[in-house]
Design a protein around this ligand. Structure first.
Ligand SMILES: C[S@@+](CC[C@H](N)C(=O)[O-])C[C@H]1O[C@@H](n2cnc3c(N)ncnc32)[C@H](O)[C@@H]1O
Length: 441
């Protein structure tokens, strides 16, 4: 095999699903006609008709179909996310096994064989025309197909990514891009942040253990605990008492970049549902949380009440002046709306939204938001810019333009590697974050 072919094979197979050693319980039952199979296939058809709304369609339907039961809902959701994360590879495997990749039942059963470890003979009973036995060596099939591909094409196949995005990350990371798509193919761990004004991390871990939850300290964020298994947190007394929040470690690190200190005035300019605002308030800062979406701020208010914190929330116009006087803030955090290219493991459906035009649109919005937020920073104070994107266009390019147009600001600190938290290196979601200082204190 030539070097190029070996690289292509490595990239195309990097994110292949591996069936669990012990197949999930009731796997055989969900392969047969029945409620779970029917709902999942119907969901897949709806999602294909309206791909941008995949997350909403999935959550609304699963909430509505109570008869599925919690296990059925979990199965349907896991299969749908499997089909989204591995769509390209699954279509290839279906074709190689003599099936029809446009038929949702073919994809569904293929996922159960390749992703969940269903006995191929049982799948073949459902669809006698498809040679599911071939799929037990999915790696060999994908490798063979990858041999003639360019590296970026192989990455697009293995990661089920648009080709332009695969080209971008291939250029940026080379063979390490395979590790990135492998990280995106994993379900994210359940990371939490101890509400440190009420309980320290070790005491929270002990309290969780009493509630039957095994957790370990996160690798990077000082207040983080990572659950060994995903849990319904809403039934945990410690959650109801506001002792912790669910928050990715990368998101916690971005909030830390704002250096929240007791009494500091912090404007969270894009507060959304308040994940970072809560972390800032937990450190004792006086937080003013702004956003253009009223619904998000209502959620943030509910979270604040549970956490027992005090944050001022204010709705703001998308264009007019922000509702706070210039120079008020010791720190302004701009956690900007972005393409979400860094959180594909959490929102795999976002890959369908990622077009160059959409990314450009996000970058334009980020420039205008940063320019509106900057005057709120008092001289000598901090402006933190962050996104959950891994694209230069939204990160380094927006920052460079901002610095060129605002010479009174200079970069003081960066997250991770030159501002970037790469999931394959940190185990976090992908984030970009820089802290600038406004000269002239
Ligand atoms: C990445 S999300 C924020 C997440 C939030 N900081 C958290 O930690 O949970 C970006 C937010 O920017 C808001 N946004 C969109 N356009 C905006 C604008 N023109 N000005 C301010 N915020 C905007 C969105 O409503 C969204 O809530």
């Amino acid at each position: 095999m030539t070097d190029q072919a070996a690289i292509a094979v490595g990239l195309a197979t990097a994110a292949l699903p591996t069936p669990p050693a012990t197949p999930p319980p009731r796997l055989e039952r969900v392969a047969l006609p029945g409620l779970v199979r029917g709902v999942t296939i119907e969901l897949w058809q709806q999602i294909n008709a309206e791909p941008h709304a995949a997350g909403r369609i999935l959550s609304q339907r699963l909430r509505r179909d109570r008869s599925l039961g919690s296990k059925g809902r979990r199965t349907a959701s896991a299969v749908i996310y499997g089909l989204i994360r591995h769509g390209e590879v699954l279509r290839l495997l279906v074709r190689c096994a003599g099936g029809d990749p446009a038929d949702p039942l073919h994809l569904y059963l293929t996922w159960l064989v390749v992703g969940d470890g269903l006995d191929p003979a049982l799948a073949a009973e459902q669809l006698p025309g498809v040679d599911f036995a071939l799929l037990t060596d999915a790696r060999a099939i994908v490798s063979e197909q990858a041999v003639g591909l360019e590296p970026a094409q192989a990455l697009a196949l293995g990661g089920s990514l648009p080709l332009w995005l695969a080209q971008t990350w291939w250029q940026e990371l080379g063979a390490e891009a395979g590790e990135l798509i492998a990280a995106f193919a994993q379900r994210p761990p359940m990371a939490t942040r101890a509400n440190s004004s009420r309980i320290d991390r070790a005491s929270l871990a002990a309290r969780l253990a009493q509630e039957g939850v095994v957790s370990t300290p996160g690798r990077l964020a000082p207040h983080s605990l990572v659950f060994e298994d995903r849990r319904n947190i809403h039934i945990l007394p410690s959650f109801r008492e506001g002792l912790f929040e669910v928050q990715d470690e990368g998101s916690q690190l971005l909030a830390e970049l704002a250096r929240p200190s007791p009494g500091a005035h912090i404007v969270d300019f894009c507060a959304g549902a308040g994940g970072k605002a809560l972390a800032l308030a937990d450190a004792g800062a006086r937080v003013l949380a702004l956003d253009v979406r009223e619904g998000a701020l209502r959620i943030a208010e509910r979270r604040m009440a549970r956490a027992g914190q005090s944050i001022r929330y204010q709705l703001m116009e998308e264009h007019g002046p922000p509702p706070v006087e210039a120079g008020w803030a010791d720190t302004v955090l701009v956690d900007a709306p972005c393409s979400s290219s860094g959180v594909l493991r959490r929102h795999p459906e976002m890959r369908w939204r990622l077009t160059p035009a959409w990314v450009q649109d996000r970058a334009d919005l980020q420039r205008s938001i940063l320019a509106r937020a900057a005057p709120l920073v008092r001289p000598g104070a901090r402006l933190v810019y962050g996104t959950c994107s891994l694209l230069r266009q939204e990160n380094q390019a927006v920052l460079a333009d901002f610095l060129a147009q605002h010479p009174s600001f200079e970069v003081q600190e960066r997250l991770g590697d030159d501002g970037v938290l790469w999931p394959q290196r940190t185990g976090t979601d992908g984030f970009f974050g820089v802290a600038m200082v406004r000269r002239g204190a």
